[in-house]
Design a protein around this ligand. Structure first.
Ligand code: SF4
Length: 439
């Protein structure tokens, strides 16, 4: 049900790199193994059978241990296989990864062009200066950082949908919770974000780069016609940064598909960049859920310390607009940010009780930028890691009261599935309580 978050989504970053390499290097073959669906022995068998020259990993910080274990397994199978890692976590933690000795190269930031240059370097010795690639040379880390971002996103081929086992993703939960339609696909219509939230990994850079409306519509039409996709999760860093363009995309979607498709924004939108016209266009086009990054109800923490630069009033207005148009407003919160005080916590808990949000997810702070904990704040930590876990648990319990669960059912585009999930959850809680009593 909607109370949790997790599960795999089709890995667009890898799918983009795969299609880009196939376009540029005709002799290349790629295979994707999503570890959510496989275990270690499957992985070892696949590596032995496929016998790759390069094994590349994409991972989040919570998957760090798995990444280190798998990269070492690859080297055990064949020490000549080149191991590469990329994505948000490796981009900021390349030093730690290289020192583990399982990873040969780390692709930092946007993957397509950097990966192509790496392959040219490895196999053809074309590239003398590897940009945005970190590696060890004589035990020293070499890293030439550059603003290597594609300017014309329309030149990048569509993701390699054929590399994934698509149907498997439809059977498991994803970070959007319960979808309206079973066959869904994430899409990215723009890259980069000019805002400077201190907790953000900013892997795709500070410059907002956009695909043309026609290019986005072409991708949607292929997914609808060739793959039978009916639902789209837009996962741009900041889809509504250029609001007029965002409106144009959805006017076109509405013109072509009316409201026969479904849309959701699980990566969040800026609450201060929306207006009523936009929300009404979204609704007409089949949008049923929008997430907002709220982070904390404390203005001081959210704006002065995190540098989010968004007022709580803007967030509340955006939530009200969503409700007016029967779109589910959902929010993300962070607990345990360095500098969060007891007073900030009190503000957040007060807010959780009275907010009109229908869904909320609460996370423990993760230092993606790798530098936040090194800086000093007025009060660094007023509570421990265990306290953070407790506050997250408390936030879920306080947020999801009976009234809220009722509203989730009411607003959900897939009421039957939500009801089944709630029944399943209540049954599990009952079993859990019986086991506790029998002990
Ligand atoms: S607005 Fe979102 S994408 Fe942009 S810096 Fe802040 S958290 Fe990152």
């Amino acid at each position: 049900m909607e109370l949790g978050i997790g599960g795999p989504i089709p890995p667009l970053g890898i799918m983009y790199v795969s299609s880009y390499l196939k376009k540029k290097l005709k002799e290349i073959d790629t295979k994707l193994v999503d570890f959510y669906f496989y275990n270690l022995s499957d992985f070892i068998k696949i590596i032995n059978d496929y016998s790759p020259d390069i094994v590349a990993f994409s991972s989040l910080s919570c998957e760090k241990n798995l990444l280190l274990e798998l990269s070492k397994e690859v080297k055990k199978i064949n020490a000549n296989i080149i191991t590469v890692s990329g994505g948000p976590y490796p981009t900021v933690s390349y030093k730690e990864l290289l020192k583990s000795r399982g990873i040969d190269f780390v692709v930092c930031g946007e993957g397509e062009e950097a990966f192509l240059k790496l392959i040219n370097h490895i196999f053809y010795n074309y590239e003398k200066d590897l940009l945005n690639i970190a590696y060890l040379k004589d035990n020293n880390i070499v890293f030439n950082k550059s603003e290597l971002y594609a300017d014309n996103l329309d030149d990048i081929p569509f993701p390699d949908w054929d590399i994934i086992e698509m149907d498997k993703y439809f059977e498991v939960y994803n970070w959007n919770g319960v979808n309206k339609y079973r066959r869904y696909m994430p899409i990215i219509t723009s890259r980069g974000c000019p805002y400077g939230c201190k907790f953000c990994h900013s892997t795709l850079g500070k410059k907002f780069r956009k695909r043309s409306v026609e290019n986005v519509l072409k991708e949607i039409s292929i997914l609808v016609e060739k793959y039978g996709i009916k639902e789209f999760h837009i996962i741009d860093d900041v889809f509504n940064f250029d609001l007029e363009r965002a409106k144009k995309i959805f006017c076109e979607i509405n013109r072509k598909y009316s409201s026969s498709l479904a849309f959701s924004f699980p990566n969040g939108m800026r609450a201060d960049l929306i207006d009523e016209e936009f929300i009404s266009i979204l609704k007409k086009s089949g949008c049923y859920k929008i997430y907002f990054g709220i982070e904390s109800a404390s203005d001081d923490l959210r704006n002065r310390i995190m540098n989010k630069n968004i007022k709580i009033e803007s967030i509340n207005s955006a939530v009200d607009l969503c409700l007016k148009y029967d779109i589910i407003p959902a929010g993300y919160f962070i607990f345990g940010y360095p500098g969060e005080t007891q007073n900030d916590l009190k503000n957040t808990f007060d807010y959780i009780k009275k907010t009109k949000l229908i869904i909320a997810h609460f996370f423990k702070f993760s230092d993606y930028s790798g530098s936040i904990r090194e800086k000093s704040y007025d009060s660094f930590f007023e509570y421990s890691e265990d306290d953070t876990k407790y506050y997250i648990y408390k936030a879920y319990v306080e947020f999801y009261d009976i009234k809220r669960i009722f509203r989730i059912i009411l607003y959900s585009p897939n009421k039957l599935k939500i009801l089944l999930n709630i029944t399943d959850l209540l049954f599990k809680i009952l079993i859990f309580k019986i086991i506790l009593k029998l002990r």
